[in-house]
Write a protein that binds this ligand. Structure first.
Ligand code: CA
Length: 652
C-alpha cells in the first residue's frame, strides 16, 4: 500500500463519488462475470483503478491447488477488463489477481454464479445443466391484489431435529424440502416440514440468507454448527453448507432449485432474505477488486459501520446499484423467486430500491414479486450527499410496492424488543390500546407519514431477531424464567397477540414456530447458537398443537376475509371502531363492500368483559380459545369476551 491508508481511501472515495468518475466509468453491459457460449468463454471484470489483472484457471475449487493456466486480461472502455478463450471452460474454477494501489490480491469474481467449497474460487457454469426435472414448467402465481401470509424460516432450523421425519442425509439441507410426506413419530395426523407448511395455510416462506455466506465451514458435512447467515461472501451463489456436496459447484445450485420447485409444487411462494448492506469482512471480493469503491467511509477515512457488522456498502454508487439490480434480477429469473426481503434497508438509498422495483416490474408477472425490508439501520448511514435512506421516515420516497416491517405494531402488542421485561398491550400495558387501534388500519391514519397504503406495511410480532414471542412472554410475564414446558396462561396470551396480527390490515408475517410457542431458552440473539437451540423442535410443536390449530384458524379466516387481504386499503367506513365500557378493549367492525363483515374485539385484561355488539345478528367464529367449525346460535346486542382473548364474530 502506498502512503497513509486512510488518506488514500478518503481521496479515492471522493473521486468515486464524483460526476466525472460516473461519466467516465459507468458500465451498462450485462456481461460481467464469466459467460459461456459456443464460441468459447469470455471473462469480464470492472476495475477502473487496477493496473494489471490476471485470470487464474483451476481444475478444482479447493483453496490449496495451483492454477493450470494464468492469462493477463486486457483493459478496455469504462474500466472493464476482459479475457476471451476459444475453449468452453465449463466447470473450470477461476480467480482474478488484481493489482491496484501497488498491491496484488487474488479474488473471487463478484459476479460469480457458481463457486467451489467455502466460496474461495469462482466457477464457470452452464446453468441449463443445473435445472431439476420439470424446471421449465415450474411456476407460482399469487394474486398481487392480495396480502401475503409470510412464514420466516431458516433452512437448517427447519429440519435439523432428528424427529423432523426427514432422512438424515437431507436434514438441515435444501433437499429436506423435497419430501412432501413427512411426519412426527410416523403419525400421519402430525405432518412436519413441507407437509406441515401446506397444512398451516401460509402463502409464502421467507428464507433466511441462502446465498453463500462465510461463517460456516462447508467442508464439515453434518454437525451442530449454525449461523443465521448474515455474513455474505458470494451474493449470486447458493450457500454450500445446505447442499449435500459443497465441493462440486453445480450441486448447490441444482439442490436449491429443487427446494424452490418443491415449495412451488406445494403452492407456496419463496422469498429470499438479501443482505446487500454489508459484507462478511472488509477483505471482501469487492474490496480486492476495486479498493474502497463499494464501501462508505467515515470522516476519518475508515470503513463506516451503519450495519453494526463492521462495514456498510454504498448502494448510491452507480456500479454497486447496478450490482444490486443485476443480482436481484438474476435470482428472480434463474431461481424463480417470488420476493425479496432487504436486511437493514435503511442503509440503501431510495433511488436504488425504486430502480430494483422498476426492473422487476419489466419481467413477466414481475409486479407480483414482493419487495419489503427493514426500514432502519444499526447506525445512521454514511451515504454520499444528495441521497435518501430507505427508512421508515422516508416511506413516501419509496415505490408503493415496497413494504416495510412495522416495529410500531410489533412493540405496541408485546413491548420493546430492547427491554426484555417491558410489556405491551397484551402483556401488561393495556393503555397501548390506542396504538392497537392504529395498527388495525396498518397505521395509514398516521400523522407522521400521509397517504400510504396497507400494502406498504408488514404486520408482525416476532422474527428471527430478538426473543421468540413465547420467550418474550416468559420474560415479561413470569417471575421465574422457565422453558421446560409451555405455560397455559402464556399460550392464551400468545393467541391474543396472534389474533391481533392476523386481523390487522397490512401483510402478515410470522417467525417459524411462533405458532407452537417456539422457545430458544431465553436466548435473544441466537445467530450463532447451536442448531439444537435454533431448530424447530417437532416434539415441542406437537405438545402445543392447540396453538397451531388456533393459527390455522386465523390464517383460514384471514384468507376468506376480503377486507383483511386487500392491499389497496379500504374506504374509511369499512373499518368502524366501536367503543366499549373499558378503554382497554379494542373492538371494531371490518368488511369490504359488506362482504364477510366481522366484529373483532381484543381484551388484554385479567377479567372477562361483557361487550356491546353492533346492530344485527352475529355468529361466533372464534371464542378467544378456538375456532368454531359449525355455525352456532345467533347473537345480538351483548357478548362476553374471556380474559386475555380475542373474539371474532361474523355477521349473518
Ligand atoms: Ca459458505
Amino acid at each position: 500500500m502506498l502512503g497513509n491508508t486512510n488518506e488514500i481511501a478518503k481521496k479515492l472515495s471522493k473521486e468515486f463519488a464524483s460526476h466525472y468518475f460516473k461519466e467516465k466509468y459507468e458500465y451498462k453491459g450485462n456481461d460481467l462475470g464469466s459467460v459461456l457460449s459456443d464460441e468459447g468463454t469470455v471473462f469480464k471484470v470492472w476495475s477502473p483503478i487496477a493496473t494489471t489483472i490476471c485470470l487464474n484457471l483451476y481444475k478444482d475449487g479447493e483453496p490449496d491447488t495451483k492454477p493450470f493456466a494464468v492469462y493477463e486480461m486486457t483493459p478496455g472502455e469504462q474500466g472493464v477488463w476482459s479475457y476471451q478463450s476459444e475453449e468452453r471452460l465449463e466447470n473450470i474454477y477461476y480467480t482474478y489477481s488484481v493489482t491496484a494501489l501497488g498491491e496484488t490480491r487474488e479474488t473471487g469474481d463478484i459476479y460469480a454464479r457458481a463457486c467451489g467449497v467455502n466460496g474461495y474460487r469462482s466457477m464457470v457454469i452452464d446453468l441449463n445443466k443445473t435445472n431439476p426435472k420439470g424446471w421449465e414448467k415450474d411456476s407460482f402465481t399469487y394474486d398481487n391484489n392480495k396480502q401475503p401470509i409470510i412464514y420466516e424460516l431458516h433452512i437448517k432450523d427447519f429440519s435439523h431435529d432428528e424427529k423432523s421425519g426427514i432422512p438424515q442425509a437431507h436434514r438441515g439441507k435444501y433437499l429436506a424440502f423435497t419430501h412432501p410426506h413427512s411426519y412426527y413419530n410416523h403419525d400421519e395426523t402430525k405432518p412436519t416440514c413441507l407437509a406441515y407448511l401446506k397444512a398451516l395455510g401460509i402463502t409464502h416462506v421467507h428464507i433466511l440468507p441462502m446465498y453463500d455466506f462465510g461463517s460456516i465451514d462447508e467442508t464439515v458435512a453434518m454437525n451442530d454448527d449454525f449461523n443465521w447467515g448474515y455474513d455474505p461472501v458470494n451474493y449470486n451463489v447458493p450457500e454450500g453448507s445446505y447442499a449435500t456436496d459443497a465441493h462440486q459447484g453445480a450441486i448447490r445450485i441444482n439442490e436449491m432449485k429443487q427446494m424452490i420447485k418443491a415449495l412451488h409444487d406445494a403452492g407456496i411462494g419463496v422469498i429470499m432474505d438479501v443482505v446487500y448492506n454489508h459484507t462478511y469482512s472488509t477483505d471482501s471480493y469487492f474490496q480486492r477488486t476495486v479498493p474502497y469503491y463499494y464501501y462508505r467511509l467515515d470522516k476519518d477515512g475508515k470503513f463506516a459501520n451503519g450495519s453494526g457488522c463492521g462495514n456498510e456498502t454504498a448502494s448510491e454508487r452507480m456500479m454497486f446499484r447496478k450490482y444490486m439490480i443485476d443480482s436481484i434480477m438474476y435470482w428472480a429469473q434463474e431461481y424463480h423467486l417470488d420476493g425479496f426481503r432487504f436486511d437493514l434497508m435503511g442503509l440503501h438509498d431510495t433511488e436504488t430500491m425504486n430502480q430494483i422495483r422498476a426492473s422487476l416490474n419489466t419481467l413477466p408477472q414481475g409486479e407480483n414479486i414482493l419487495l419489503y425490508g427493514e426500514p432502519w439501520s444499526a447506525e445512521p448511514p454514511a451515504m454520499d450527499p444528495g441521497f435518501i435512506p430507505a427508512n421508515k421516515e422516508n416511506l413516501n420516497s419509496l415505490d408503493t410496492q415496497i413494504a416495510i416491517f412495522s416495529d410500531d405494531t410489533r412493540d405496541a402488542i408485546k413491548g420493546s424488543v430492547f427491554l426484555e421485561k417491558k410489556g405491551g398491550y397484551i402483556n401488561g400495558e393495556p393503555l397501548q390500546a390506542d396504538k392497537i387501534r392504529s395498527a388495525i388500519g396498518a397505521w395509514c391514519d398516521s400523522e407522521e407519514i400521509d397517504n400510504y397504503l396497507p400494502r406498504q406495511i408488514i404486520s408482525y410480532i416476532s422474527a428471527h431477531d430478538n426473543f421468540t414471542f413465547y420467550d418474550k412472554l416468559v420474560l415479561s410475564m413470569k417471575d421465574i424464567e422457565s422453558y421446560e414446558k409451555a405455560c397455559p396462561e402464556l399460550l392464551q396470551v400468545n393467541k391474543l397477540g396472534a389474533a391481533i396480527i392476523f386481523t390487522c390490515m397490512g401483510g402478515s408475517f410470522m417467525q417459524a414456530g411462533e405458532e407452537f410457542a417456539r422457545t430458544k431458552q431465553g436466548i435473544g440473539d441466537s445467530y450463532n447458537s447451536p442448531a439444537s437451540i435454533n431448530q424447530l423442535n417437532w416434539e415441542w410443536a406437537y405438545n402445543n398443537e392447540d396453538l397451531i390449530d388456533f393459527y390455522k384458524g386465523l390464517i383460514e379466516l384471514r384468507k376468506n376475509t376480503p377486507a383483511l387481504m386487500k392491499k389497496e386499503g379500504l374506504p374509511k367506513e369499512s373499518i368502524q371502531l366501536i367503543s366499549q365500557e373499558s378503554e382497554h378493549i379494542v373492538s371494531f367492525i371490518i368488511h369490504d363492500q359488506e362482504q364477510m363483515k366481522l366484529f373483532i374485539a381484543y381484551n388484554p385484561e385479567e377479567e372477562e368483559r361483557v361487550l356491546d355488539l353492533p346492530e344485527g345478528k352475529w355468529q361466533i367464529r372464534c371464542d378467544g380459545h378456538r375456532f368454531m367449525k359449525e355455525n352456532g346460535e345467533s347473537m345480538t346486542r351483548k357478548v362476553t369476551i374471556p380474559k386475555k382473548a380475542a373474539l371474532i364474530l361474523v355477521a349473518e
